[in-house]
Design a binder for this molecule. Structure first.
Ligand code: ADP
Ligand code: MG
Length: 383
C-alpha cells in the first residue's frame, strides 16, 4: 500500500480528534458507530458528518454499513497517519521519501529528520494476510478480536523494537533503533545490499563464518533469530560487513522448539552458500553444544526482553498469530499458490533478479545511492 504523504499536512485539529476517536473506538468495536465517535471526540453531532466524510475521502477511515448500524473503521492509512504524526511531533521524523520495500507483512520507507538525515521507517502490516484461520481457532483476543490487525501490527512493532534496542545495546550488528510509535519503527538506514542480491563475494568462507558466529552469539545471549536468511541479512556497501534485520519472530533458546528454529537458521545459510557461492563447510554450529558451552553467568537477552514492556503474554499472542498465518499460507500453497520459488529457478536466477514471487522488493542501486538531496527533493514534510 502506498503512503499518501501529500494529505498528511492537511488534517485539521478537529479531523484529528475524530480520527483518534475512531482509533479508540476500534479497541472494542469492529465498526465504530457514529454515536460513539461523537461521544469520544467530544464534538457536536452536527459537524461530525462532514469531518468523518472528509477523512473517509482520503482513506484514513472507511465507512461501513452493516445490518445493525452505520459506522467507520480505521484504515491502515489512518493508522499510518497517526503513527507518523506522533513521530513527527517528537521530532524523530520530518519527511517521507521513497518506498524501498514491500514485505508480506511490512512496508519500508526511506524518511528523513529535520536535518535531512536518512532513516528507515518500517510499518508493520500484520493482517494483510487473512485472519480467517485465527478467527476460527482462537478466542484469546477477546474484545480485541475485532481490531486484530491493529493490535497484531502494533505488537509486532513493539517486539521488534525491544529486540532491536537490546541487540544494539549489546553490540550485535543490527540497525540503530531510533523511535517507535504504534505499528511502526524508525531505525538507522543501512547503505547495503540484501545478501539475496549479492552474486559474488571476495571471501565466501569469511562471510559464512561471520554469519554463523552471529547465530552462535545470539544463542549465547539466549536468542534465536528465527528468520535468518538472505533477505534479512544486509551486506554493507562500504565494508562488506553483514547487518541483521527483521526481528518480530525472534525466540528464546528456552522455547520448546528452540532447537528446530536454530537448525533452520543454520540450514538457511548453508543452503544459500551452497547454491549461490558453491561454498560448503563441514563446520556449522550445533544447538546443544552452543547452549551447553554457554556459561550460566552469561547475559540473557531473552530474559531482559521479557522484563521489558514486551512480556511473555504479548510474545505468546504474537507467536500464535504468526503460527496461524503460516499454517494458512501452507494450506494455500499446497492448494496451488505460486508463492514459493522452485529450486531450479533459484539456481538460474541472475544476481539482480527481482523476482515477483520473492517476499520482499529490495533496495535497488538507484535507491541505495539516494543522496540526502534526493530524499529532500522527493519528500514531503510532515509539518
Ligand atoms: P519484512 O518483515 O517485511 O521482511 P524487513 O525488516 O526484512 O521486513 O525489511 C524488508 C526489506 O527492506 C529488507 O530486505 C531491506 O531490503 C529493506 N530494509 C529494511 N530495513 C532496512 C534498513 N535499516 N536499512 C536499509 N534497508 C532496510
Ligand atoms: Mg524480512
Amino acid at each position: 500500500m502506498k503512503l499518501d504523504a501529500t494529505d498528511l499536512r492537511y488534517v485539521t485539529s478537529d479531523e484529528f480528534r475524530v480520527l483518534t476517536a475512531v482509533e479508540m473506538g476500534s479497541k472494542n468495536h469492529e465498526v465504530v458507530p457514529l454515536s460513539l465517535i461523537v461521544q469520544i471526540s467530544g464534538l457536536r453531532n452536527g459537524g461530525i458528518n462532514k469531518l468523518v466524510g472528509s477523512l473517509a475521502k482520503r482513506n484514513l477511515v472507511s465507512r461501513v454499513q452493516n445490518a445493525k448500524y452505520d459506522g467507520y473503521r480505521l484504515t491502515y492509512g489512518g493508522y499510518d497517519y497517526l503513527a507518523m504524526r506522533a513521530l513527527s511531533k517528537r521530532d524523530s521524523m520530518h519527511s517521507i521519501g521513497n518506498q524501498i520495500g514491500v514485505g508480506k507483512e511490512s512496508d519500508i520507507y526511506i524518511v528523513a529528520d529535520a536535518d535531512g538525515n536518512e532513516m528507515i521507517l518500517k510499518l508493520h502490516r500484520l493482517g494483510r494476510v487473512s485472519f480467517r484461520a485465527i478467527k476460527e481457532k482462537r478466542d484469546y483476543m477477546g474484545k480485541r478480536k475485532s481490531a486484530s490487525w491493529l493490535y497484531m501490527s502494533r505488537l509486532a512493532a513493539q517486539k521488534e523494537w525491544e529486540f532491536m534496542k537490546i541487540l544494539h545495546q549489546y553490540d550485535f550488528p543490527v540497525p540503530r533503533p531510533i523511535d517507535q510509535a504504534r505499528h511502526t519503527i524508525l531505525m538507522e538506514f543501512i547503505d547495503a545490499y540484501p545478501l539475496r542480491q549479492v552474486s559474488d563475494v571476495e571471501n565466501p568462507g569469511k562471510l559464512y563464518s561471520q554469519l554463523m558466529d552471529i547465530i552462535v552469539r545470539f544463542a549465547q545471549a539466549g536468542l534465536i533469530h528465527g528468520d535468518y536468511n538472505e533477505f534479512n541479512i544486509l551486506i554493507k556497501r562500504e565494508t562488506g560487513e553483514p547487518i541483521v534485520i527483521d526481528f518480530p519472530q525472534m525466540v528464546s533458546t528456552s522455547h520448546e522448539n528452540a532447537e528446530w528454529y536454530f537448525n533452520r537458521d543454520v540450514e538457511c545459510i548453508r543452503t544459500f552458500f551452497k547454491r549461490r557461492f558453491r561454498y560448503e563447510s563441514s563446520l556449522y554450529p550445533r544447538f546443544r553444544k552452543t547452549v551447553e558451552e554457554t556459561g550460566s553467568d552469561n547475559f540473557r537477552l531473552d530474559v531482559m526482553v521479557e522484563a521489558s514492556g514486551f512480556g511473555r503474554k504479548e510474545m505468546k499472542i504474537l507467536e500464535d498469530y504468526m503460527e496461524s498465518v503460516r499454517e494458512e499460507a501452507n494450506d494455500e500453497e499446497s492448494s496451488g499458490s505460486e508463492e514459493e520459488e522452485s529450486e531450479e529457478e533459484e539456481e538460474n536466477e541472475s544476481d539482480n533478479a527481482r523476482d515477483e514471487t520473492t517476499r520482499t522488493t529490495t533496495l535497488d542501486e538507484k535507491q541505495q545511492s539516494l543522496s540526502t538531496e534526493a530524499v529532500e527533493a522527493s519528500s514531503i514534510p510532515l509539518h
